[in-house]
Write a protein that binds this ligand. Structure first.
Ligand code: IMP
Ligand code: MG
Length: 429
């Protein structure tokens, strides 16, 4: 089974890093196809914690070639910070390859991100402030800077000038800030050119050749289904396609080449930033789940909003991604609850709704209709076989499976790489 996409099925932070890392040993190439350093993976290997934002989790697996696809936006400063931090800890990052078509996040887009958020006031998105949105906007506006532009200084200068012509007016006349000097930005970008050069490839060609040779390629999504620019809770979303289709456009492979689409979900739900979240818990209940799950952002350190598992979201994610498998992470966090609610439908202004409402306002009004599953108290962190889980934990998983209409193939029961129950190999083996 050579081409596997891994996506988040909720609002991010489902533990994709762990799932992709888990698959890592079986794969030859890991391709990041969307997003940028708004992501945050924590991977624990032999008790060592690694926090990655931009680099694909596959960079930590031996023998894997990590690739940053054309669909990604790259902050070069962050790229080299992460590379250096890993090298300092003895990791080899020399296999990293970057698409020449990937876009760059110039420093002025970090400024634009934070400034525009401030101006949105009450309507702010709660972005990570990393310049992600403005860089994708520039891409669509056809004033983006791409990796290949680093190797033609005069073209780069022209493009930076072009992008700033408009932005400087905004910065000075609307936002009351200082104008950005195109020359300074150009020189800053050029200072990375020689270090980037050996990594730059035609990533689409590389990936398709690898598939032709029967190699296994993992496509790793940043963010998640409900943060997808098209299928998420717009406008409270990120600016790229985090769903499975994004793997094709963001890596340069055709849909006919994809063999499996793995969705990663927490056994409950979290969200950072603003936007609707029907199963959200508040007060002590929310705090308790946050503490138990250690739900604080890897990227911004923000406390995550917490809530119960939402099976309507699960089934929706299964549909828009065409999921073949589910990975359920952090089941151990639910140990000790007497009862565990699962949201099976919504009450929208007095009407029962079983599928994701097609209008934003309905979703904002949605109140969860819960089914209550009996809990368990046994420590499950050492369990490695499904049959060895407490019966109620097995039933919880089976219920998720039933309502989401996808088989649960892997269950995470702890932070470590090895703390997982594998029911079906994700690579189809
Ligand atoms: P942006 O991606 O920085 O533009 O932020 C847009 C929204 O997506 C905000 O609500 C962020 O908190 C959220 N977001 C972006 N990346 C991630 C992620 O990797 N995990 C969880 N939330 C994210
Ligand atoms: Mg994260």
């Amino acid at each position: 089974m050579p081409a596997v996409i891994v996506v988040g099925t909720q609002w991010g932070d489902e533990g994709k890093g762990k799932a992709t890392d888990h698959l890592g040993a079986a794969v030859d190439l890991v391709v990041k196809f969307n997003g940028g350093n708004n992501a945050g993976h924590t991977v624990v290997i032999d008790g060592e914690k690694y926090a990655l934002h931009l680099l694909p989790a596959g960079i930590l697996s031996e023998g894997v070639t990590p690739i940053i696809g054309n669909g990604v936006v790259i902050d070069l400063e962050v790229l080299f910070q992460e590379i250096e931090a890993l090298e300092e800890r003895g990791m080899d990052t020399s296999r990293l390859r970057i698409s020449s078509n990937a876009h760059i996040i110039p420093s002025y887009n970090r400024l634009m991100d934070r400034t525009t958020e401030k101006f949105l006031g009450k309507r702010q998105i709660g972005t990570t402030g990393r310049g992600i949105g403005p860089s994708y906007a520039d891409k669509m506006n056809r004033i983006g800077i791409r990796v290949q532009d680093l190797f033609d200084p005069s073209i780069l200068r022209q493009k930076v000038e072009g992008a700033l012509a408009n932005k400087n007016h905004l910065l000075v006349k609307v936002f009351n800030k200082r104008a950005v000097d195109p020359e300074e930005v150009t020189n800053e970008l050029l200072s990375y050119a020689e270090r980037v050069r050996p990594m730059v490839v035609d990533a689409s060609l590389l990936v398709n050749d690898a598939l032709d040779e029967g190699k296994t390629v993992l496509f790793e999504a940043g963010q998640a289904t409900m943060l997808d620019i098209d299928h998420g809770t717009y406008p409270f979303v990120t600016s790229s396609n985090a769903t499975a289709g994004g793997a094709c456009t963001g890596a340069g492979v055709g849909p006919t080449r994809i063999d499996a689409v793995v969705g990663v979900t927490k056994a409950y739900t979290t969200r950072v930033g603003e936007g609707p979240f029907p199963t959200e818990l508040f007060g002590e209940e929310g705090d308790e789940l946050r503490e138990r799950g250690g739900e604080f952002g890897v990227t911004t350190g923000r406390p995550r909003r917490t809530g119960w598992f939402d099976a309507v979201v699960g089934r929706y994610a299964s549909r828009v991604n065409g999921l073949t498998d589910l990975v359920v992470t952090k089941l151990d966090v639910l140990t000790g609850y007497e009862q565990i609610p699962i949201c099976v439908a919504y009450d929208v202004d007095g009407v029962r709704v079983d599928e994701m409402p097609m209008n934003q306002s309905d979703f904002h009004h949605a109140k969860p209709i819960y089914e209550y599953m009996p809990g368990w108290t046994e420590d499950i962190t050492k369990v490695r076989k499904f049959e060895d889980l407490p019966v109620n934990a097995q039933r919880y998983i089976e219920r998720i499976e039933e309502i989401s209409k996808v088989r649960v193939s892997v269950i995470g029961v702890g932070a470590g790489r090895e703390a997982a129950i594998v029911r079906h190999q994700l690579t189809g083996a």
